[in-house]
Design a protein around this ligand. Structure first.
Ligand code: FPP
Ligand code: MG
Length: 356
């Protein structure tokens, strides 16, 4: 456990507006700063309005239904929250911070349209995926449309935002392509996994903190430290996500449990299970070495995985990344952004404890 103890983490907060998905996440951060929390909640509400308005503003209502589908479905709104926290290290009232928060979520949602096509995923956030509802071609174009709208919002903010947005989108695509290609002939699979996670997940978390701080005119050293924090947090977040795929029920994640095993994805927990030298893991190793796990063998594979050392080993790697994120935060000025730094430390703890 890091700077914030488990006892300080709040449970579900009945006072949180049900209209604001991010409020659930915000309420889990041990802030004990009512003024700060209210201000963040109001900023998230403004960002959500930008997001919803942008995702739904296609002229044809049938297109708007497609492009607004995943924005409506929910999600934690982690990325907009990171943008707003990054902005706390400069002047959070600088124009454009709210739009920057919407940009980060638009890029994220766009990537999910594409990702669900690539994974053949039936559900996302507990609702049918876009391609399950509208078909693959429409889902890909829906994602493209959202990416274009994110670029348009970035253009309104200026060259720095355009650059950060374009670079993050490029890193996402490159990370996903690298996952598709698999490790090179001489590449260590675990090293390959970290390259993939850095691109497909960490890039956008780093960009979110960075664009918030940049837009709010924070000092260059703070922008750099926050970007580094986002990079490490992002890799930890992906590791947690990959572990949850194997350990968390669909009712909590809104996604099918074990879909990475069915698809043959070589995530870190899978790689660590494959590398186990424990004789008790022989059956699990055989199942994982044979490529995608057949649906009939999935319950057995999940059971064997949970009884192996791989979950604990995966968590240990995740904790090392979270420690690096906390170290990056330690270099930030303590004032005037103390509540934001505490919130980021609490986010590091949240990544380690989340179940969905
Ligand atoms: C979810 O990861 C997916 C991502 C983090 C990024 C996917 C990126 C692309 C499809 C490239 C296209 C990008 C843009 C900007 C259009 P996961 O599959 O590990 O997790 P999941 O369980 O949520 O599916
Ligand atoms: Mg996926």
């Amino acid at each position: 456990m890091g700077a914030v103890g488990a006892g300080q983490l709040r449970g579900a907060d009945a006072s949180v507006s049900p209209d604001l998905p991010a409020a659930g996440l915000l309420s889990r951060l041990a802030l004990d700063e009512p003024e700060f929390e209210t201000r963040m909640r109001e900023a998230l509400t403004r960002a959500e309005k930008w997001l919803q308005a942008t995702a739904h503003d296609a002229l044809d209502p049938r297109v708007a239904a497609l492009t607004g589908h995943l924005a409506d479905a929910g999600g934690k709104r982690l990325r907009p929250l990171l943008v707003l926290l990054g902005a706390e290290f400069g002047d959070p009232w600088t124009p454009g911070v709210t739009q920057a928060a919407a940009i980060s979520e638009l890029v994220h949602i766009a990537s999910l349209y594409h990702d669900d096509v690539m994974d053949g995923a039936a559900t996302r956030h507990g609702v049918p995926s876009a391609h399950a509802r509208w078909g693959e071609r429409a889902a890909v174009l829906g994602g493209d449309w959202l990416l274009a709208r994110a670029a348009q919002l970035a253009a309104d903010l200026g060259p720095a935002a355009v650059h950060l947005n374009a670079r993050a989108a490029g890193r996402l695509v490159a990370g996903q392509l690298r996952e598709l290609a698999g490790p090179g002939p001489d590449e260590d699979p675990v090293t390959h996994y970290f390259h993939v996670a850095a691109g497909k997940t960490a890039a956008l978390l780093a960009m979110s903190l960075g664009i918030g701080a940049t837009q709010a005119c924070a000092p260059a050293a703070a922008v750099a430290a926050l970007t580094d924090c986002g990079e490490q947090l992002g890799i930890a977040f992906q590791i947690a996500d990959d572990l949850l795929d194997l350990t968390s029920p669909a009712e909590l994640t809104g996604k099918e449990r074990g879909k990475d095993l069915l698809a043959g994805v070589q995530s870190l927990p899978v790689l660590l299970a494959r590398e186990s030298t424990d004789p008790a893991d022989a059956e699990l190793r055989d199942l994982l070495h044979a490529g995608p796990v057949p649906a009939a063998a999935l319950p057995r594979a999940l059971d064997l995985f949970e009884r192996s050392q791989a979950p604990a080993e995966t968590e240990a790697v995740m904790h090392r990344r979270l420690d690096r994120a906390r170290t990056a935060l330690a270099s930030l000025p303590a004032l005037p952004a103390l509540p934001a730094r505490r919130a980021l430390l609490a986010l590091c703890d949240y990544v380690a404890l989340r179940t969905s």
